[in-house]
Design a protein around this ligand. Sequence first.
Ligand code: H2B
Length: 96
Amino acid sequence: MIQKLTSGERTRQLAKLHGWESVPERDAIRRAFEFADFNEAFGFMTRVAIKAQEMDHHPEWFNVYSKVDIMLSTHEANGVTERDIALATFIDSIAA
Ligand code: H2B
């Protein structure tokens, strides 16, 4: 069973990511993205979806036109784990 990050580990990992923050009401992290239009937003989501499927680790997300809000948490651990950090790192790399 994968273990949740300690609060110190989470703080250290969040500092290496871009724009990710802890969700106060959930043991999760989130980042908001805004693109030029729906086409760019959905293209981005498609790349994330392919990676998520490869990793067998899936985002919780919400899209309205050019905006995409992503929340990451590991259901199996009921909290934030290294899998969320790995997916967030990939997401940052394609959003840059
Ligand atoms: N995604 C996330 N975010 N957390 C999980 O614990 C998880 C998942 N588990 N995607 C996977 C799928 C699991 O349900 C399957 C059975 O491997």
